[in-house]
Design a protein around this ligand. Structure first.
Ligand SMILES: *Cc1c(COP(=O)(O)O)cnc(C)c1O
Length: 384
């Protein structure tokens, strides 16, 4: 090896100019006892489902000499059945995680010379995928911040500001995220309707956390009829506890799936993935059993951190954004030293924690109370 640094070699490589100086997605993957930083489902896949997945994969193994069904027709039928809303299989598309679905959408509808708008803070992968596809990313703003950094509702997205920013930037693709990551709160469905009317581009509503929403929260799936530029994305990574399988999907007008066929790589969804996803969907009742437990742990986090004097945002997801921290980086480190990994989402005064099992939640809440006493300045928060 030469003593030249990799950064020096990278600087010399003929990399795309627009990628120079950017950083990759990098949520820490640390081996600590309590991992509550990437909104995974903390529950293992139940035994019955494991058996069904293994059997489905076993049956496919013999046929691995052949390419998979390029159209993953049966999986699309199963996904349409799961979603309901009278959706048909030809309105569904799937890929290796909803991140790949989003990338395919931007390859088809954005790209060089085109603009993508999102409302920050939101899912950090939206700008990264945008940049990767050579699209121009516009960092839209959300919330009528009143200068109080601990106001839990400051990140709500309202109709007027959404429409105004769409009209200003005239994006080819607009991202909404509901329930929004990292804030946790679901969007008012009126924002989705108004955003659709305001744009002649594609409107993507990322509903990765839809299954965790509070009762009465409508899905943008209900808006699909008659809206050919509306796309709703979902994933099996969160509620279905299948992050490792990499299965995400969308529902939209069938013509949107035809557009994606122009950019997708043939056979992108392996036969093993298709088989595993279908076996899991046949057991969706069992898999989704943990959703209610996770929601009650989420609600416990909201109540308990409020009692500690902090400011949780209302959550429709499997995580909680906690505001009112004087020194979030020190609290994050203090929690890690106690074996609890949560997420610093880069918002001063805030940290995000995933709702895990009951035991994990208790460990987190105890560690948080201790950390607040540890970190200079934080004890004042708990007294106010
Ligand atoms: C976790 C998450 C996803 C999931 O991505 P996959 O590629 O399906 O694992 C998508 N969108 C948001 C907002 C998320 O937080």
């Amino acid at each position: 090896m030469s003593n030249e640094s990799r950064a020096e070699v990278l600087a010399r490589l003929p990399l795309r100019e627009d990628l120079r100086g950017s950083t990759p997605y990098g949520a820490p993957q640390l081996d600590v006892p309590v991992r509550l930083n990437t909104n995974e489902n903390s529950y293992d896949v139940p035994g019955d489902v494991v058996a069904a997945v293994v059997e489905a994969v076993r049956q496919q193994a013999r046929h691995l000499n052949r390419y998979p069904d390029r159209e993953f027709t049966e999986l699309r039928e199963d996904l349409a059945n799961y979603l309901g809303h009278d959706l048909e299989a030809d309105q569904i598309w799937a890929a290796n995680g909803s991140n790949e679905v989003l990338q395919q959408l931007l390859q088809a509808f954005a790209g060089p010379g085109r603009t993508v708008l999102g409302f920050t803070p939101s899912y950090s992968m939206h700008p990264i995928i945008s940049r990767g596809t050579g699209s121009a990313w516009v960092d839209g703003k959300r919330g009528r911040a009143d200068g109080r950094t601990d106001d839990p509702n400051q990140f709500d997205l309202h109709v007027e500001e959404t429409v105004a920013q769409i009209q200003d930037h005239r994006p080819h693709v607009t991202f909404l995220c509901s329930p929004n990551n990292p804030t946790g709160t679901a969007l008012d469905i009126e924002v989705v309707k108004a955003a659709y009317e305001a744009t002649d581009g594609i409107l993507i509503v990322d509903e990765a956390y839809a299954e965790f929403a509070r009762p009465g929260t409508p899905s943008a799936l209900s808006l699909l009829p008659g809206r050919e530029r509306l796309v709703v994305t979902r994933t099996m990574s969160k509620a279905f506890a299948l992050a490792g399988a990499r299965v995400g999907y969308l529902a939209a007008d069938p013509a949107v799936t035809d557009a994606i066929r122009l950019v997708r790589l043939p056979y992108h969804l392996s036969s093993l993935t298709q088989a595993a996803a279908r076996a899991a969907l046949w057991h969706s009742d069992v898999l989704l059993d943990t959703v209610e437990e996770i929601k009650s742990e989420r609600d416990r986090i909201v109540t308990s951190v409020g009692e500690l004097g902090l400011r949780p945002a209302p959550s429709d997801a499997n995580f909680v954004l906690i505001g009112g921290l004087g020194n979030e980086k020190a609290v994050w480190r203090s929690l890690l030293s106690r074996g609890v990994l949560i997420r610093d989402v880069g918002l001063p005064g805030f940290l995000r924690v995933t709702a895990g099992t009951s035991a994990e939640t208790t460990t987190f809440l105890d560690a948080l109370a201790d950390s607040l006493l540890d970190v200079p300045g934080e004890e004042l928060q708990t007294l106010s």
